[in-house]
Design a protein around this ligand. Structure first.
Ligand code: PLP
Length: 486
């Protein structure tokens, strides 16, 4: 018999190329510091260096991999560089990458328990482990009324929370009849833009999002929230949802969860707590004060893909009452019906998220937790916080600079006293040098530089060198300013 013609990669080829790819990744991580952190390419440059049309004939794998080196690498901003301090971290680690690879290797689509029991049960277990590891309230456990699920991002988690809040407030009629224009949501003026996006998508409309004023530490003023809710009530509106942020994106401000929670409980609002980056710090008991009052929350989310060494994408989302979430998101067509679902004895995670399909994402998280152990994770989180605190001390000891916000954890907001132009120029020079990458925000209506420590391999020497580079560029700018003036 003649063998069927095939273009597929054979098992032997896969093994050979697979080893080459793993080697490439290991080498990349070893040499990552030799690249400019922020990619210097111009818009269109990456595309222009690649063929405009797809190949009609098969290409050897070695040629494909060579283009990673030649074309992709120069157009890459190196998020995994220890000199990356921009935005927030998106840190990865060996065990997470390997767990992710296994997820691809198994190629499972875990929409239902029945489509791969291990995919669902491992996820439920790992999220219960995390309740214990982060000392989250008991009601978030799957063995209680709640449970956890992995979402792609904190944005999706916030949207799911808002949808459940919307249904709870309208006795599950919005799903059928469309959204009542009277529904109102609340978050601080410093909340992440994903809340605004969720309000748009969920049909509440942006005009029905109240951005509550913050105090001098950029944390929500609970009294203002209570007043807003009351005045909306009096106007005949239906306040249904509030988001408290533990560690805002802009300045790492921590909203008073307990006070906000009490207000939401008294008035029947759904409280969602967004701790996208900072939630990881709760691995260490000494940082758990920031989530005081979390037992008053209806839902909670944090991103292991930011600061917990688990490569993108991985957001952990818990609800205190899973029945409400499931009732909100469940639609059961004939072709998905099966015995396990009908028995009610299993979780079908498609009912806990927006899409139907889902990857086996708990593998990478499980690998990370088992590789590091709680002790290892605590060690590295504490180290990052120490390094950021050290950096903050250096800033405050240099008369040319000032701190722009409190530094509760791993984010330092600071600025040169020379004003917006100087700070902008300073940031541009540093980022252009390729030695490090940091970004800015606006606080007290002034450009403020953000220095966020959270990369897997960032050590004391990197932070020391970053501060040195910042001082050097400030010096150079002062020299230039002098020339111009003279
Ligand atoms: C980063 C961040 C988000 C958005 O994260 P995604 O997972 O990318 O959606 C939401 N909230 C806060 C506080 C963040 O820092």
């Amino acid at each position: 018999m003649r063998e069927e013609k095939s273009f597929h990669m054979t098992a032997d080829e896969f093994r050979r190329h697979g080893h080459a790819v793993i080697d490439w990744i290991a080498d990349y991580h070893e040499r990552i510091e030799s690249y400019p952190v922020l990619s210097p390419v111009e818009p269109g440059e990456v595309r222009a260096s690649l063929p405009a049309h797809p190949p009609s004939q098969a290409e050897p794998f070695s040629r494909i991999l060579a283009d990673i080196e030649k074309v992709v690498l120069p157009g890459t901003t190196h998020w995994q560089s220890p000199n990356f301090y921009a935005f927030f971290p998106c840190n990865a680690s060996g065990p997470a990458i390997l767990g992710d690879l296994l997820s691809s290797g198994l190629g499972v689509q875990g929409m239902l328990w029945a489509t791969s029991p291990a995919c669902t049960e491992l996820e439920t277990l790992v999220l219960d482990w995390l309740v214990e590891m982060l000392d989250l309230p008991e009601q978030f456990r799957s063995t209680q009324s709640g449970g956890g699920v992995i979402q792609d991002t904190a944005s999706s988690a916030a949207l799911c929370a808002l949808l459940a809040a919307r249904e709870r407030a309208t006795n599950f009629t919005s799903n059928r009849q469309g959204c009542d224009r009277k529904l109102v949501a609340y978050a601080s003026s410093q909340a992440h833009s994903s809340i605004e996006k969720a309000v748009q998508i969920a049909g509440l409309g942006r005009d029905n999002l109240r951005l509550v004023e913050v105090d001098e530490k950029f944390a929500m003023r609970p009294a203002v929230l209570a007043d807003q809710i009351e005045s909306d009530r009096r106007a005949g509106r239906i306040p249904c949802f509030a988001c408290a942020t533990v560690g805002t994106t802009s300045s790492n401000a921590i909203d008073p969860v307990r006070r906000i929670g009490q207000i939401c409980r008294e008035r029947g609002l759904w409280l969602h707590v967004d701790a996208a980056m900072s939630g990881t710090a709760a691995l260490c008991p000494e940082f758990r004060h920031m989530q005081d009052g979390l037992e008053l929350a209806d839902s909670y989310a944090f991103n292991p893909h930011k600061w917990m060494f688990t490569n993108f994408d991985c957001d952990c989302f818990w609800v205190a009452d899973r029945a409400t979430l499931i009732k909100t998101l469940s639609v059961l067509p004939e072709y998905l019906k099966n015995k396990a679902t009908a028995s009610g004895a299993v979780f079908d995670y498609r009912d806990w998220q927006i899409p139907l399909g889902r990857r086996f994402r708990s593998l990478k998280l499980w690998f990370v937790i088992r590789h590091y152990g709680i002790e290892g994770l605590q060690h590295h989180i504490r180290r990052h916080v120490e390094l950021a605190q050290q950096f903050a001390r250096w800033v405050s000891q240099d008369g040319r600079f000032e701190l722009a916000a409190p530094v509760p954890l791993n984010l330092v907001c600071f600025r040169h006293r020379g004003g917006d132009q100087v700070n902008q120029a300073l940031m541009d020079r540093l980022n252009r040098s390729g030695d490090l990458y940091l970004t800015h925000t606006r606080l007290q209506d002034q450009i403020t530089l953000r220095f966020c420590v959270g990369q897997t391999h960032t050590e004391a020497r990197h932070v020391r060198q970053a501060w040195q580079r910042i001082q050097e560029e400030a010096e150079a700018l002062a020299g230039q300013g002098g020339e111009r003036a003279g």
